[in-house]
Ligand binder design. Structure first.
Ligand code: COA
Length: 330
């Protein structure tokens, strides 16, 4: 199983290979764990190393000033911490970020509610942050947050992209109050259109898992969606891990249908598939499969009623008010 750092370094190697083209790859600084992955990745080797110190110059180590204005010849991989001074220096020497040089270390970025969009050379992208505080942690790569038109969130709502290769999409016209979405390595959270989530939610996608929520679904306060355990469990007799599932294994997925109502404090765990028009009762802890039009309640939540539908309005006695859009083809 690949660790987050190895996955990140492999991604960086791929980007370096693409960007460098025919140019010689040169290292500035050192970082043993990256260099090990780089060596293993398509057997790549730096042509030489760079130093800022004259006394360190040798056969394989040249002075940084020797590469001045030679970006057509060299692609520089920087293994030192990405300070502003170093960025300025690389620019002065004629090396553009990503095109001619790559800082291997990527610092954490926190986007405020007013940063509408964001993109970086490590494959990370935010389209319409819609008021969320979005943290893209250090070493995050190839991750996207895409939020649809007309979606609103309350102040204090957060998205934490914690590890790489993850994607959060939120549809149009959703209303999301204060809470947090968290994504680990190789994950996907997909929230449909017109979804409401009340205060203090936590939607957490552990490594290699998925959470999918259908259109018109409504979640009350303090709901928890968790697609994985987040820690390793072992069988002491066999010594084998018991809670490690392939990404396409149904046990790695939380799938909630269309027009589902999760009652106050409901918890939905990995390996759950909840059909359309269902209800999970207040404080229900659900794990398993629930057919369409059922109510499940309790801990563990079990079916208590079948053949129901529900309306967002509490001022109706007419079953036809139960969201007719479910019969429409969308
Ligand atoms: C799940 C729920 C919708 C069921 O309502 P209902 O269909 O009227 O159910 P009933 O009151 O007939 O209860 C049926 C059985 O389920 C049990 N039950 C109902 N809700 C339960 C719950 N949340 N947890 C555990 N058991 C529950 C009842 O005790 C009853 O058990 P019994 O048959 O042994 O007596 C409702 O109880 C509930 O939890 N509502 C959520 C309210 C909420 O969170 N609102 C937030 C608004 S956004």
């Amino acid at each position: 199983m690949e660790s987050q750092n190895t996955a990140y370094y492999r991604y960086i190697c791929e980007r370096i290979r693409e960007s460098a083209g025919d140019r010689k790859i040169v290292f500035y600084g050192s970082q043993a764990s990256f260099e090990a992955v780089f060596k293993e990745y398509q057997d790549m080797k730096p042509a030489f190393n760079l130093t800022a110190l004259k006394e360190k110059v040798s056969d394989k180590v040249r002075l940084i000033d020797d590469i001045n204005n030679k970006s057509d010849e060299y692609y520089i991989v920087i293994l030192l911490s990405p300070t502003d001074n170093l960025r300025k220096k690389m620019k002065r020497l004629g090396y553009r970020d990503f095109k001619d040089c790559m800082f291997v270390e990527r610092k954490r970025v926190v986007l405020g509610p007013k940063d509408v969009s964001y993109e970086d050379g490590y494959g990370n992208k935010v389209v319409n942050n819609c008021g969320f505080e979005i943290t893209i942690a250090s070493y995050v790569f190839n991750s996207q947050v895409i939020i649809g038109k007309g979606t609103t969130c309350a102040s204090g709502a957060k998205i934490s992209v914690w590890k790489g290769n993850s994607k959060l999409t939120i549809g149009e016209g959703c209303k999301l109050l204060k809470g947090e979405f968290l994504l680990s390595l190789n994950t996907e959270i997909s929230i449909g259109n017109d979804v409401v989530i009340m205060e203090d939610y936590s939607v957490t996608c552990s490594r290699d898992t998925k959470i999918i929520v259908g259109d018109h679904t409504m979640m009350s306060r303090e709901i928890r969606l968790r697609s994985g355990d987040g820690h390793a469990i072992f069988d002491m007799v066999t010594g084998k891990r018991t809670n490690n599932y392939a990404p396409d294994d149904p046990k790695s997925v939380v799938e909630i249908g269309r027009h589902v109502w999760l009652g106050w404090g409901a918890v939905v765990l990995g390996g759950s598939k909840i059909g359309n028009c269902c209800i999970i009762g207040a404080y229900g802890v659900f794990k398993g499969t629930l057919p369409d039009h059922c109510v499940a309640a309790g801990n563990p939540a079990k079916i208590i009623k079948r053949d129901i539908n529900w309306s967002k309005s509490n001022f109706t006695e007419n079953i036809d008010d139960c969201e007719p859009y479910l019969n429409e083809e969308e």
